[in-house]
Structure formats: C-alpha cells, structure tokens
Design a protein around this ligand. Structure first.
Ligand code: FAD
Length: 458
C-alpha cells in the first residue's frame, strides 16, 4: 500500500498533522498502537464515571475573536470554530510557597499586581523581564538551548521570585531537570501567564472528537491497535513502515512516538544518533467527593520549601510539591460532585522494580499523602470520598510506550523536526512543542513544513 504520508501516533500532534495533510488531499494514514486516540491526554471510564487521563487545563486561552495567538492559529489551520470547544475559563490559579502566594489569571494584570505587592523591590526588574519575553521569538526553529535560570538570575534579584515564576512553567512543560530551555520558558510564560487556562466542556473527549471528525471528514485513514514495529529506510531515505502484519510505503513519515523511541524503531537511525530519554514523569491521583471543595482557585501550584526542586523524585514520589487541580473551579461549572487531581513528581526506575503487591502498597501511600494535602489546603472540608484512582509512571509507559514513562519527552529536541534520515520527521513533544495546544501546533507546523511546503500546498 502506498501513501503520501504515514503519521505514527494518534495523540494531539499526530491527529493535527493528519488533518493538515488530508485537507490538502494527501493520501495519509495515522497508525496508533492503542485502541483509542489521545496518547498522553486520553480518557477512560471507571464505575460509570468518565475521566480524562491528563487534562488539568487547556493553556493559551483566548477570548472569542482574538487573533494572532497560538490558539487562534490552531483554529484557523484546522478550520475549527471557537464555539466547538465550549471553553470555561479558569477563576484564578496560585503559586503557593511557605513564604507567600502569587495569584494569576487569564488577565496578566493580576500577576503584575501580585508581584508589585509581594516583591516591590524587584517589580521594575520583573517588568523588564516581561518585555524581554514579549520580544523573544520562541518559534524560531534554529535556536539552541540556553538556561532559563541563568537568564532569570541576570534579570531578577529575589531568589524566591525566580523560584515562584519557574514553578508552574517547569512542571507544565520542562523535559530538563531543575531548569528549562529559555525558548521553552518563553513559550510557557506566554501560554500560562499572558494567556492562561480554560477547560473544554466534556474534557479531553471534546477536543479529541473534534480532531477525529475533522480528520475523517477530510478523507484521512486511521488504524488503531496498529503498532509500528520498524521504520523502513533505503539509501538513507525513509520508504515506509512495518507492522506485525504488513509493510506500508510512503514518501514521508511523521513520528510522534518520541525521539528516542523513533530511533529505536529505525535501525538506520540508531547507527547515527542516540537522543536521551527524559527523566520527568509523574503520578496522577484523582479524587471525587460528594460536594465541591471550599478552595476557589482552579489550580494551586503547591511547594512546601523556599526553593522549587524540579527533578526525578528521590524516593518513589516527592510530596514536597504538587499541582492541585480543581476541575470544578472553572467558570460556569454547575455545582455537584467535587473533583481534585493531584500531580506529584515520581521516579520511574523505582516504580518499575516493584512487585505487584508492593506497587499496590505504594499507590496506597500516594493516596494517603494526596488526601492529607487536600485536607491541609481545605481544612474545613468534610466531604465524603466517593472514588479515587491513581496512575503511576508505569501506567503512562504501558499506555503510551514512552520510555521511562516520560511525559515531556527527551532532553534532545529537534526543533525543525528533521532527523538524519531523509523524509523521516519528529512531531509533537520531542520536536519541542508540548502540552495539548503545543503538540497540536507542532503537528500542524511540521505537516506544513515537511509535507505541504515541499509540494507547494501550504
Ligand atoms: C498526567 C498528565 C497530565 C497532563 N496535563 C496536561 C494539561 O493539563 N494540559 C496540557 O496542555 N497538557 C497536559 N499534559 C501533556 C500533554 O498531554 C502532552 O504534552 C501531549 O498530549 C503530547 O502529545 P504528543 O502528540 O506529542 O504525544 P503523545 O500523546 O505521546 O502521542 C503519541 C502517540 O503515539 C502512539 N505510539 C507510540 N508508539 C507507537 C508505535 N510504535 N506505533 C503506533 N503508535 C505508537 C502512542 O500510543 C500515542 O498515542 C499532561 C500529560 C500527562 C501525562
């Protein structure tokens, strides 16, 4: 079977790339190992309740009609309508350290006011940093790594302010431990602090069903339960892929499996490069209570120390810090049950080593720790716990096939998507744009650059 393009993976980036190619009448097939779409941001059902695997927040919020922003680009390129997403904006979020708390919302003025009040001596410096962020072209495909901490130290004096600004940006998007690439910092700063959070009604299913319908309407083909076992190369040029049943030929292959995972599946690449697997993986706990919790923030970035330690947990999981998300605290959500999601940094090799019994015991410990944190943050709450679920780095690995259960991928990104093999491209997290909006934009831009520009279609 011959295709113009094969896309590996039906996560956000794979579906978006597939849509762009199919829209321009390319013969494209998306191959997905799992039985459902979504990848790292999929969905499941337990005891008649619908859950999102990962969704805390859709970043890059815009109001209807706003132009020139990442989310408006996404709508335009995929020909989707703003109203289809049924977005509920956040109330506000906060960064909570023992010394102080900084609130932010979808209006940047709130964060400015908070910094002026709590860090008056550094406020002018903060404003200069904001200008630097505004002027930086984070979308350039040829910028190399530079340390965000170094840039922040040159611009700000207060170490606590540096830690607090970095905390949400690292945990929502850094493949690097303790630091992040400055281009990635700028992407995250704009998407979290300038633009902000919202949640589509119906959660991640809403996004995925919009993408799936668009892809199928454009004439794309999708195959689930179809693991790609090898990416085929002849004379250093990609020619197709092999599954356990057949070989499919194509002019280009776009892979969202991850860079190290793609190299592993491509013997011709493995001879040339060995991108590293990232260490950052997480534990995600979900609790449902019989009523809403008193906390008003949508997301609390909690850290129980003066410095923010963003790295693989030393001991299975690190309860010193957590992301605490209250999905009912988006505007316009009806009163009802109260859901809380808690994310801890975790240690994949340790979880991988556990026997079944020890694994269940460790999950119980995580659940107890997370419930203690909920109580600490909501001391007056007396709701009854109706349901809880916890998934670990090995669950992430099991359902997404990312080595180390990594969520933000390799520390070796390939910003132009190119690999040493001609016409084999990396899309999604390891191209360098991550999160839901980032991965979708990665799929779009890599399909445009490598699938459409070459043939003059984009
Ligand atoms: C717990 C958690 C919470 C998160 N919360 C948020 C959030 O609130 N907001 C946000 O914006 N982002 C969030 N993210 C991050 C976001 O989900 C990811 O950045 C994004 O979904 C990555 O998309 P992708 O297309 O790059 O890769 P993936 O989603 O990893 O897609 C890759 C796909 O390739 C498939 N695949 C792998 N190997 C093969 C193979 N050999 N053959 C065929 N198919 C294969 C996988 O099954 C997968 O479907 C969260 C992630 C997690 C895990």
């Amino acid at each position: 079977m011959n295709y113009d393009a094969i896309v590996i993976g039906a996560g956000m980036s794979g579906l978006a790339a597939g849509i762009r190619l199919a829209m321009f009448d390319k013969k494209v097939v998306v191959l997905e190992k799992h039985s459902i779409p979504g990848g790292l941001n999929s969905y499941y059902q337990r005891k008649n309740r619908q859950f999102d695997v990962g969704l805390h927040a859709l970043t890059n919020f815009i109001k209807k009609g706003e132009k020139g922003k990442p989310f408006s680009k996404l709508l335009k390129q995929l020909r989707l309508s703003y109203d289809d997403f049924k977005l509920h904006p956040q109330t506000f979020s906060k960064i909570q350290f023992p010394e102080t708390t900084l609130k932010f919302s979808n209006e940047f003025e709130l964060l400015e006011t908070e910094v002026r009040e709590k860090f008056p001596q550094d406020f002018e410096n903060f404003l200069r940093l904001v200008e630097k962020v505004k002027d930086f072209n984070e979308l350039s495909l040829d910028i190399g790594y530079s340390s965000s901490r170094e840039v922040l130290k040159k611009n700000l004096n207060d170490e606590l302010l540096i830690e607090m600004i970095l905390c949400p940006l690292l945990i929502y998007g850094s493949a690097w431990e303790e630091d992040m690439d400055f281009a990635q910092f700028v992407i995250m700063f704009k998407s979290l602090y300038f633009e902000g959070f919202s949640r589509p009604e119906g959660g991640v299913r809403t996004i995925l069903s919009l993408l799936m319908k668009k892809f199928e309407d454009a004439g794309g083909e999708i195959r689930f339960r179809t693991p790609v076992q090898e990416i085929l190369v002849e004379n250093n040029e990609v020619v197709g892929i092999r599954t356990d049943k057949e070989e499919l030929r194509a002019k280009i292959v776009l892979s969202s499996m991850g860079y190290p995972e793609t190299v592993k599946a491509t013997p011709a690449l493995a001879e040339k490069i060995s991108p590293r697997s990232g260490h950052m993986t997480f534990l995600e706990s979900i609790f449902v209570f019989d009523k809403k919790l008193p906390e008003q923030s949508t997301i609390t970035f909690y850290n129980n120390a003066s410095t923010y330690s963003y790295r693989r947990a030393q001991n299975f999981f690190d309860p010193t810090s957590a992301v605490v998300c209250y999905p009912d605290n988006y505007e316009g959500i009806q009163e009802g049950e109260g859901t809380v999601r808690i994310t801890y940094m975790a240690n994949y090799p340790q979880w991988k080593e556990l026997s079944r019994e020890a694994y269940l015991g460790m999950k119980t410990k995580v659940g107890e720790s997370a419930l203690d944190l909920i109580k600490k943050l909501n001391p007056t709450f007396n709701g009854e716990l109706l349901f809880q679920d916890i998934f670990s780095p090995t669950t992430i690995e099991k359902y997404t096939w990312h080595q180390n259960g990594t969520v933000y991928g390799s520390t070796d990104k390939t910003r132009d998507g190119k690999t040493p093999v001609k016409n084999l491209f990396i899309i999604g997290t390891d191209q360098g744009f991550l999160g839901i909006v980032g991965s979708i934009l990665s799929g779009i831009s890599m399909a445009n650059l490598h699938g459409l520009m070459q043939s003059g279609d984009a």
